[in-house]
Design a protein around this ligand. Structure first.
Ligand code: CMC
Length: 432
């Protein structure tokens, strides 16, 4: 990052110079942090499409070129060669671990995989039909009640390492327990002999009467999904984690707020919404054109789910990997899902349709991920929860980066342009 040039802003006949910041990949930004104190003006940027909230060294993405890298490593290489736990280490600590570091880090996952026995009672407090994202957000926030002893504004390295691993390991157990509760089966505890993904699959799908056979293909597909979901720089949920965390609330509460942000159908909830959409098309006789036309019709707010992205203006590199992964997994498992055929037809048409072409709308990461989860046997309302498991290292890495800013990150507090009523005097109700 460098500061070489300045931008000139002319306001009310006066010229002001603002520093230009250049990122390590040549990205340019105008540093407006002194704008208001110099000029008394603020900026207006709906949806923050042009506003950087921080300098970050975690993830680089170039939406025009379809590039995504964690700590400099291309996503394609990590998805193929790395493990989820190793990628988590990379995101959080900024470098690939040595084999000794990885062994130690993985060991901590086993040490912290159980949840406090008292927390099991919390699951019973939820209605059976509760959405798993509601349960997960509440349970993650509750961790701050069970582990309140740590100075979260400035945790020691040992404390931070422990909290980070606690979150990533316990989230898996919580998700599995929430699922078991929803289907009325007994909880299955984590096993020390299983790695991250098989352990989760075993807790989800085995029962005292029915052991679950863990297929390598399923483990591989889920690992790839988790790695692809692990970080995506300043998206809605990660920005939420940073914003909430900037008040110096604890990491558990910050991440719980990120889970709530992820839940929405325009963000991580899209994976569930895609399957809803494909099922609706199927029920409607497979008429994809009808749904494409609905999405193009500006008199409705209907959108094709799993299509479009704020940053990617070419094919989402994660969608490319996931599409391939969905084909391979369904083939290997011998699953013949008619929704895959509908998804392929829909994609083909979207890629040729001028409405989507002109607006650079391509399938995103969520377009095919639901089909993979469905083939594995994960119910639809659990898809976004799986996304949350994958995103955990990214959220933790961003929280860590934020609190490590020298002098502490500034509390997030945007400005606004007030457009409401001017001053008027209160009139008592009997005179109105
Ligand atoms: N279907 C139809 N039209 C669309 C779609 C869509 N899925 N997405 C964008 N558009 C149109 C939109 O109507 C607008 O048209 P116009 O220029 O005529 O007004 C134009 O494309 C630009 O859209 P925008 O809403 O300004 O774009 P945005 O950057 O604010 O929104 C988005 C990005 C992802 C919220 C949006 O594309 C969308 O709603 N997609 C469907 C939901 C989805 O798949 N979300 C998952 C995103 S990837 C997972 C993750 O969150 O990380």
């Amino acid at each position: 990052m460098g500061q070489e040039q300045t931008a000139k802003v002319i306001l009310d006949g006066n010229t002001f110079e603002l520093p230009i910041i250049i990122g390590s990949e040549g990205e340019r930004g105008i540093d407006i942090s002194k704008l208001r104190s110099l000029t008394n003006y603020v900026t207006l940027d709906h949806g923050f499409g042009n506003t950087s909230n921080c300098e970050s060294a975690i993830t680089f993405l170039d939406g025009e070129a379809g590039i995504l890298r964690y700590r400099g490593y291309p996503i394609e290489q990590l998805a193929e060669y790395s493990s989820f736990v190793e990628t988590a280490y990379l995101l959080i600590y900024g470098k690939l671990p040595t084999s000794e570091e990885l062994r130690e880090f993985s060991g901590l996952f086993n040490e912290h995989s159980m949840i406090h026995e008292d927390m099991k009672r919390l699951f019973n407090g939820f209605p059976v039909a509760a959405h798993p994202m509601a349960v997960l957000a509440s349970m993650i926030c509750s961790l701050s009640a069970y582990y309140p002893d740590i100075d979260m504004t400035n945790p020691s390295k040992k404390d931070f390492d422990r909290i980070a691993v606690q979150l990533m390991s316990k989230v898996r157990t919580m998700v599995a327990f929430a699922y078991k509760k929803s289907i009325g089966e007994p909880f299955v505890y984590p096993r020390e002999d299983l790695e991250y993904v098989p352990n989760l699959l075993n807790m989800l799908f085995s029962s005292p009467t029915k052991p679950y056979k863990i297929y390598d293909e399923v483990v591989q597909a889920m690992k790839v999904l988790f790695i692809l979901h692990a970080d995506h720089e300043q998206n809605c949920s990660t920005s939420t984690v940073r914003l909430v965390g900037s008040s110096r609330v604890n990491l558990f509460a910050s991440i719980s707020s990120g889970i709530c942000a992820l839940w929405g159908p325009l963000h991580g909830g899209a994976n569930e919404a895609v399957i809803d959409m494909l099922e609706a098309i199927q029920k409607d006789g497979g008429d994809v054109d009808k749904y494409i036309n609905m999405a193009k019709d500006k008199s409705t707010s209907y959108r094709l789910m799993g299509v479009g992205h704020r940053v990617y203006k070419s094919y989402d590199p994660r969608a490319k990997i996931i599409k391939q992964c969905a084909h391979e997994l369904l083939n290997k498992l011998g699953v013949d899902d008619p929704l895959l055929e509908i998804a392929i037809r829909l994609e083909e048409k979207v890629l040729k349709d001028p409405y989507f072409v002109e607006r650079n709308l391509y399938p995103n990461v969520d377009f095919y991920s639901g089909l993979i989860y469905k083939a594995i046997g994960i119910p639809k309302d659990m898809f976004t929860v799986m996304f949350a498991i994958g995103r955990m290292p990214g959220w933790i890495a961003h929280w860590k980066e934020m609190i490590e800013v020298p002098g502490g990150a500034k509390i997030g507090r945007p400005r606004q342009i007030y457009v409401g009523e001017n001053k008027r005097d209160y009139v008592t109700i009997n005179k109105r």
